[in-house]
Write a protein that binds this ligand. Structure first.
Ligand code: SAM
Length: 283
C-alpha cells in the first residue's frame, strides 16, 4: 500500500535505499549552479530559509554531484515513467549532454520545455535571460504517459474570432476540441512574486500551475510522484491535490518544516522521517 512520505536528509543515500522501478514520475529542481546562496527571512516568524548553490570546484564538481542522483532517479522509475529536470542557462547544456543523455540515452529525450517568465528585463549590457529549461526524458520513449486532454489550454483570441466569423477551418477545430496543446514554450505561468497568494516565503519556490501541468500530463491518479529537492513542497502539494501519492526529500530542516506546514494545511495524510547523514555537517 503506497503512502505519502516527507524525508529530511541528503537525497543520495535515501534514493539508494529506495526500491527500483517504484516511481511513476520524477520532477527535480536542484540548485542551478548559480554560485549564490539563496536566503529568505520570514517576516512573521523571523526564521531564515536558505540553501547553498556555491561550487568551489566549478562545473565539474556540480556535475559530479548531480550525476549519481540522476542515475538513482533513473533506477527508481517504472518502465513507463518519466523525469522532468528543471534548470537554467547556468548548467543546462552540461546537464542535458553529460548527465541526462548519458544516463537515459539520447533516444529517450522527449522535449525541452521552456518556461518563459514574463517579467521586466533589467539587464543593460545583455539581453534579459527570461526562461528556465525543463528537460523531459522517458525511461523508454516507446511507452510513457502523456495525457494531452488534461492539459489543453484555451485557443488564442485570433483563432476564436475567426471561428466566430464562420471560417470553416477554425470553426471545426473549436467545435471538435476543448483547447489546444500548450506547446513547449510556456508563457502563461507567472513566477511567484511578493504578492502571490501561494507564496510561502521559500527561496526559488515554483508556481503550482507549472507542477500541475507536468503532473497532469505525465501521471495518473494514485500513481507515485517523487521530488528529491522538495524545497517548499510545491510538487508534493500539487500531487496531493491531484490524488497522486508523493515522496518528497530535502536536506534543509527549514524546507521540511515549510513542507509539513503546507501539506498539513491541505489536510494531507503523510509520514515524515529524518535521515541523518554523518558526512553532511549541514544536518
Ligand atoms: C531550487 S530549491 C527547490 C524549490 C522547490 N521546487 C519549490 O518549489 O519550493 C532546491 C532545494 O534542494 C535542496 N537540496 C540541495 N541539495 C540537496 C541534497 N543533496 N539533498 C536533498 N535536498 C537538497 C535545497 O535545500 C533546496 O530546498
Amino acid at each position: 500500500m503506497a503512502f505519502n512520505q516527507l524525508i529530511w536528509g541528503d537525497n543520495l543515500p535515501i534514493l539508494q535505499q529506495m526500491p527500483a522501478a517504484s516511481v511513476d514520475l520524477v520532477y527535480l529542481d536542484p540548485p542551478f549552479f548559480t554560485n549564490r546562496q539563496f536566503s529568505i527571512t520570514d517576516k512573521a516568524t523571523q526564521h531564515t530559509r536558505q540553501f547553498d548553490d556555491r561550487w568551489s570546484g566549478g562545473i565539474t564538481e556540480y556535475i559530479d554531484w548531480l550525476y549519481p542522483r540522476v542515475a538513482e532517479l533513473h533506477r527508481l522509475l517504472k518502465p513507463n515513467g518519466s523525469l522532468y529536470l528543471h534548470c537554467d542557462w547556468h548548467a543546462d547544456a552540461y546537464i542535458r549532454v553529460q548527465i541526462l543523455d548519458a544516463i537515459f540515452g539520447a533516444d529517450n529525450f522527449l522535449n525541452h520545455l521552456v518556461w518563459h517568465y514574463v517579467m521586466g528585463a533589467s539587464a543593460t549590457k545583455n539581453f534579459g535571460k527570461k526562461y528556465d529549461s525543463i528537460f523531459w526524458y522517458a525511461k523508454n520513449h516507446q511507452q510513457y504517459t502523456f495525457n494531452l486532454a488534461d492539459i489543453l489550454v484555451p485557443y488564442n483570441p485570433e483563432t476564436i474570432a475567426r471561428s466566430k466569423r464562420g471560417e470553416a477551418r477554425y470553426k471545426q477545430v473549436l467545435d471538435e476540441t476543448n483547447g489546444k496543446n500548450p506547446g513547449n514554450v510556456w508563457t502563461d505561468i507567472h513566477p511567484i512574486q511578493g504578492n502571490s497568494i501561494e507564496r510561502v516565503n521559500y527561496p526559488t519556490q515554483k508556481p503550482e500551475k507549472l507542477l500541475e501541468r507536468i503532473i497532469l500530463a505525465s501521471s495518473n491518479r494514485h500513481q507515485t510522484i517523487l521530488d528529491p529537492f522538495a524545497g517548499s513542497g510545491t510538487t508534493l502539494a500539487v500531487a496531493n491535490n491531484l490524488g497522486r501519492y508523493w515522496i518528497g526529500i530535502d536536506e534543509s530542516e527549514a524546507a521540511i518544516n515549510v513542507c509539513k506546514q503546507r501539506l498539513s494545511q491541505q489536510k494531507a495524510d503523510f509520514v515524515c522521517q529524518k535521515t541523518i547523514n554523518e558526512d553532511n555537517p549541514r544536518l
